[in-house]
Design a protein around this ligand. Structure first.
Ligand code: AVI
Length: 324
């Protein structure tokens, strides 16, 4: 069993060595399926993360700034429903940006970011820990499945699992139910969950958010192909793909696709895969919720909803629940 290393007086680092997936096999299988797909995780190399950051600052992409405003406005009301002594656990914490507001306002006794990118986790926590000397930082390098089976500490302070950004909307319904049940395990029997969920709304508003005028979302979508070219030498011509993003009203989700404008043959894992002009590679779904529907999903996962907060325009929701 790996042991935590002390990096700073208030920072430990535990490396669970997330297993490497066989990207070549995975990509070959998903691209040669009758309806080709790519896992959205391939958006995120260094450039993809920078492009996502740029998306969050566009006027059209409302979720990030709406959620941040809700957290700032209601942080005290949230704290009033929580025990005084808390450890915040954040799976997929990335650069630990969104938690800063909670660290400032709540001064929890501990913060445990769980993140697959070792470098990103080390950089973020080395920068953050000295600013909050009263907070114990326990950084854990882990993939989602390791993060969700990280043992709950039922003897210590209550654990609040923080999962912002409506990333939950990027899971398919069955995987989402499993993931929420995993968040319940991570929270433990005395724990809590604070989670963001983007709401159903006028399709025009949603379509604009995923087709920003500056073209950052289109570049982000195509970046999956640049990333795979670099990593697996696939030979995509990314400029020959059109970004397509639209709200599918019956499935209540934004779909993102890359549509091939001309015939292409790419190669991966010793396979050559034909992509005739007009082929669409489905790259992402982003499900949109209602407050009531999402609360039901929380109940199904073993949580008791406590409160939810929605902005005045009804764009985005934040839910606080405790372990049932
Ligand atoms: C990370 N996730 C919540 C974003 C979303 O809105 O589903 C990813 C994204 N895709 C295109 N724009 C943003």
């Amino acid at each position: 069993m790996a042991r935590p290393q002390r990096l700073l007086p208030n920072l430990t680092f535990l490396d669970l060595r997330p297993p490497m997936t066989d990207a070549a096999q995975e990509v070959a299988a998903s691209l040669s399926a009758p309806s080709p797909t790519l896992d959205p995780k391939y958006f995120y190399d260094e450039r993809g993360s920078a492009l996502f950051d740029a998306i969050t600052r566009t006027p059209e992409y409302y979720p990030t700034r709406t959620e941040a405003a809700l957290l700032a406005e209601h942080a005290d009301a949230m704290a009033s429903e929580l025990p005084g002594d808390l450890v915040i656990a954040e799976p997929g914490a990335g650069g630990c940006d969104k938690v800063r507001l909670l660290l400032d306002r709540w001064r929890p006794s501990g913060y445990m970011p769980l993140e697959i990118s070792r470098q990103c986790l080390l950089d973020a926590t080395r920068e953050l820990a000295p600013r909050y000397p009263s907070v114990r930082f326990s950084a854990v390098c882990a993939d989602y499945s390791q993060a969700l089976s990280f043992p709950a500490d039922d003897l210590g302070p209550a654990r609040l699992v923080f999962f912002p950004g409506s990333t939950i909307g990027n899971f398919e319904p069955t995987a989402r139910a499993d993931f929420l049940a995993g968040l319940r395990r991570l929270a433990g029997d005395h724990g809590y969950l604070l989670i963001g969920a983007d709401l159903q709304k006028d399709p025009a508003r949603l379509n604009a958010a995923y087709n920003d005028a500056r073209g950052h979302t289109a570049a982000f979508n195509r970046n999956a192909l640049h990333h795979l070219n670099r990593r697996l030498n696939c030979g995509f011509d990314p400029d020959a793909f059109e970004h397509r993003a639209f709200y599918n009203e019956s499935a209540r989700r934004i779909e993102m696709h890359l549509e091939c404008r001309r015939d292409q043959t790419i190669s991966v894992a010793d396979q050559r895969i034909q992509l005739p002009a007009g082929t669409r590679i489905h790259t992402e779904n982003s499900y949109k919720f209602t407050v009531e529907g999402f609360s039901r999903e929380l109940v199904d996962a073993g949580f008791a909803p406590l409160s939810s907060w929605v902005d005045e325009e009804g764009l985005f929701s934040i839910h606080l629940a405790r372990a049932a």
